[in-house]
Write a protein that binds this ligand. Structure first.
Ligand code: UD1
Length: 369
């Protein structure tokens, strides 16, 4: 039988957080903070090392004021199977040794699912932050990670009502589901003033901000080439700032297209959290295939064009500024022109995207004390 959260009642509680990749850090930071002030909670932070470059990991820890990880598993890169297997093998002895009362996992990266597998086999309760999101596209590795992690979790913390519906449809007991809101918005709300304070005055008046890193976009080299030429064309109308993920940089090198970078289309290094937030805030339009950026632009009211056929975050389309343009360059161009002519999609406030989600997560966890 799974060790019950109830068994930790009236004593102290050991909560272990597992993070691994860039989009995990801004989700874990506010939960760590919310639990730090709670008497009776001891926290341990494990970094799997899935992301290891300083500009993909270290700088985020500094800017988000996260504690140094207690353990870094140093798994690094590899195929999905290799990376997942390494995390599983290296995390298991730590869970066995530390015997946490609860393990919190974040989002949908390989580290999330690997940690959930380890803990479920060791009968340690799992809390999944950002549960219930579904793209219904099983060719995305993240969709597999989401499905498995949610099936194995004891506490499912959801960011939006659609996520609750997805979980209920999959047979998850309603008592396990906690609609708490979006933790990434907690970090955004807290750090936006700092981002604005250090925002560069040298930014162009109007600019498009671009990120692309999904295998579907960047590992398909003919498609990536078409996207790069489309961005180059767009740079005739406004400056294009493109912080490039390491995977994408490699593919651009494979295409021999590094020289496309110039004063108008700028291929940049990945940006730290505060710098990237400042860029999003000021962007005329954001073009992306990221999950989190769809949410951040919606919160900021900045137009977002998502270069994907589907999204696990449909609320950003129905209530926010997001438009799915899929793999359709003509649609990308039409939508960009619409935004440049001042016709912006209106966004409405999304329930519980209010900066308080981590406090609600802490409350649910502390009920177990
Ligand atoms: C991972 C997540 C994805 C998330 C993204 C954010 C999975 C399945 N995918 O994708 O959901 O949106 O992080 O960035 O977990 N690399 C470096 N330095 C690093 C990390 C990676 O150079 O610090 C390079 C390596 O060549 C590596 C490649 O990037 O092979 C891909 O890294 P990986 O962690 O496998 O997946 P991401 O594409 O980053």
């Amino acid at each position: 039988m799974t060790r019950d959260l109830e068994s930790a009642k009236h004593s102290s509680m050991d909560v272990l957080h597992v993070v691994g990749a860039r989009p995990n850090f801004m989700k874990a930071a506010p939960v760590l903070r919310a639990l730090t002030t709670s008497a009776g909670v001891r926290q341990t932070l494990i970094h799997t090392g899935q992301h290891y470059d300083s500009n993909m990991s270290g700088v985020f820890f500094q800017q988000l004021e996260m504690p140094e990880p207690d353990v870094n598993l140093g798994v690094g890169s590899g195929s999905h199977a290799q990376q997942t297997a390494e995390i599983i093998a290296r995390l298991e002895p730590i869970i066995l040794e530390r015997k946490p009362d609860l393990v919190l996992v974040y989002g949908d990266v390989n580290s999330t699912m690997a940690a959930a597998l380890v803990c479920s086999k060791l009968l340690v309760p799992i809390g999944h932050v950002e549960a219930g999101l579904r793209s219904r596209d099983r060719s995305m590795p993240e969709e597999i990670n989401r499905l498995i992690t949610d099936q194995l979790s004891t506490l499912l913390f959801t960011p939006s009502a659609d996520a609750d519906e997805n979980l209920l449809r999959e047979g998850v007991e309603s008592a396990k589901i906690h609609f708490v809101g979006n933790v990434m918005v907690d970090t955004l709300v807290r750090l936006l003033p700092f981002a604005e304070a250090q925002s560069s005055r040298e930014l162009p008046q109007r600019f498009a901000l671009v990120t692309l890193h999904r295998p579907a976009n960047v590992d398909d080299l003919p498609w990536l080439k078409r996207m790069l030429f489309a961005l180059s064309e767009l740079s005739n109308d406004l400056t294009v700032l493109f912080p490039v993920h390491p995977r994408t940089r490699q593919r651009i090198a494979d295409l021999g297209l590094e020289a496309l970078s110039n004063g108008r289309l700028r291929l940049l290094e990945p940006k730290p959290y505060l710098e990237f937030l400042a860029l999003q805030r000021k962007a005329t339009v954001v073009i992306t295939d990221s999950g989190g950026i769809q949410e951040e632009t919606t919160f900021l009211g900045v137009p977002c064009l998502t270069v994907r056929e589907n999204t696990e975050r449909p609320i950003t389309v129905s209530s926010g500024t997001n438009v799915l343009v899929g793999r359709d360059i003509a649609l990308l161009q039409t939508e960009t022109s619409r935004i440049l002519s001042g016709k912006k999609k209106a966004a409405t406030a999304i329930p519980l995207w209010d900066g308080q989600a981590s406090g609600r997560i802490a409350e649910v966890i502390l009920r177990g004390l």
